[in-house]
Design a protein around this ligand. Structure first.
Ligand code: ADP
Ligand code: MG
Length: 356
């Protein structure tokens, strides 16, 4: 979430539909706008309100994202940078509100993912060079550095919260919300849109999105990126209130001595997770979808199902490193694959009682 876009920054994959509103004989548009935040392009689509209302809402949301970007940057000076500095002291301090709620939510998600999503591993992410805005030209850390960082065992549970004050029992915790901040930010922005009377919208950050309502009672059709990073793998329809998040190894990586290292780190080994190409999660809130996509990427084809159950997920699609698809039956029902030639491994239902 902290990067500047490269020319390859994947652009959106959302198929916007139909612009006519029947009945009143008027054209009702889906009003779209685009701006940069968290190092990625944000596409905002609003429908069902006047263009004046949409323009005011767009300006407000753009401001929100600029503020969030500043507050949650892990290494630029700002509220999160300050929290990270104070964590190393072991002393008690008061946590700024913009960071407090993130710590609370992400701690819950760390626990339910069995710490495969672990935003306390900022030092490890730094060692890999994925904290810099451009990881190209990096080399893997020395094995002894990784061993040492693993021994320090940073966990969200090292952070002791009492109201708004906090201290860390482990000076080696460094918060990195790269796997979660985008989702959390989209949730805040959707709440703000609703406060402004907007009921039909999509906020899409480079293919990760949350949609509310639907344009003219039709579902939004969302494309899911192919794990190669090029083109699309499938599409799903979303209506009502849902988020679709994908974590892929094509997002950020560097090549050293012929081997490519990507940015999703297995907190148990200290190395990039090896068995997955991409994971897509559909979930009501974006923060959970974001953290879960990262956690299931780390869990891999053999363990994703247990973690998904634990996190209360209902729709998961995992593409493994050999490009075989793993998913639950409810996801299969919703997914329209672009091509049919994939090997599909269907898991048991995720949620009990309704064949999901
Ligand atoms: P994307 O950047 O494609 O949205 P993710 O949501 O999976 O991808 O986030 C990856 C980022 O999260 C990394 O760049 C790093 O900052 C951080 N990260 C990497 N591995 C983990 C992990 N196991 N738990 C928490 N954060 C992680
Ligand atoms: Mg994520």
């Amino acid at each position: 979430m902290n990067r500047t876009p490269s020319p390859l920054t994947p652009i959106l994959l959302l198929a916007l539909i139909v612009l006519t509103l029947t009945g009143c004989g008027q054209q009702e548009q889906i009003i779209t706008s685009r701006f940069l935040a968290f190092g990625t392009m944000i596409d905002l689509s609003i429908s069902g309100v006047s263009s004046k209302q949409a323009a005011a809402a767009t300006a407000a949301i753009e401001k929100d994202f600029a503020q969030m970007h500043k507050s949650w940057h892990a290494w630029d000076p700002g509220p999160l940078g300050r929290v990270n500095r104070l964590i190393t002291t072991g002393a008690k301090f008061s946590v700024p509100p913009s960071v407090l709620e993130m710590i609370r939510r992400s701690s819950e998600l760390a626990v339910s993912s069995d710490h495969l999503f672990n935003p306390a591993i900022g030092q490890l992410i730094d060692a890999w060079g994925f904290h810099s805005d451009d990881p190209a030209g990096h080399r893997p850390p020395k094995p002894e550095v990784i061993t040492q960082l693993l021994q320090q065992n940073p966990r969200m549970s090292n952070l002791v919260l009492d109201g708004i004050t906090m201290y860390s029992t482990n000076p080696n915790v460094k918060l990195d919300f790269g796997a979660f901040g985008k989702g959390f930010g989209i949730d805040l922005a959707i709440n703000h849109l609703r406060q402004m009377g907007i009921e039909n919208a999509i906020i899409n950050a480079g293919g990760d999105l949350r949609a509310i309502g639907s344009p003219q009672d039709r579902p939004w059709r969302i494309a899911i990126r192919h794990p190669s990073g090029k083109g699309t793998l499938a599409s799903v329809e979303v209506a009502g209130d849902e988020s679709v998040f994908t974590s892929g190894d094509y997002e950020r990586n560097f090549t050293w001595k012929g081997q490519t290292y990507h940015h999703i780190i297995d907190p148990r080994s200290g190395y990039p997770a090896t068995d997955t190409s991409s994971v897509t999660v559909i979930h009501p809130d974006a923060a959970t979808a974001d953290a879960a996509a990262t956690a299931l990427f780390v869990a891999g084809p053999n363990n994703w199902y247990n973690i998904a159950r634990n996190m209360g997920l209902r729709y998961v699609l995992l593409v493994d490193k050999d490009r075989a698809i793993h998913m639950n039956p409810a996801m299969q029902k919703r997914l329209k694959l672009d091509k049919k030639q994939y090997t599909i491994n269907l898991s048991p239902a995720l949620a009990n009682g309704n064949n999901e």
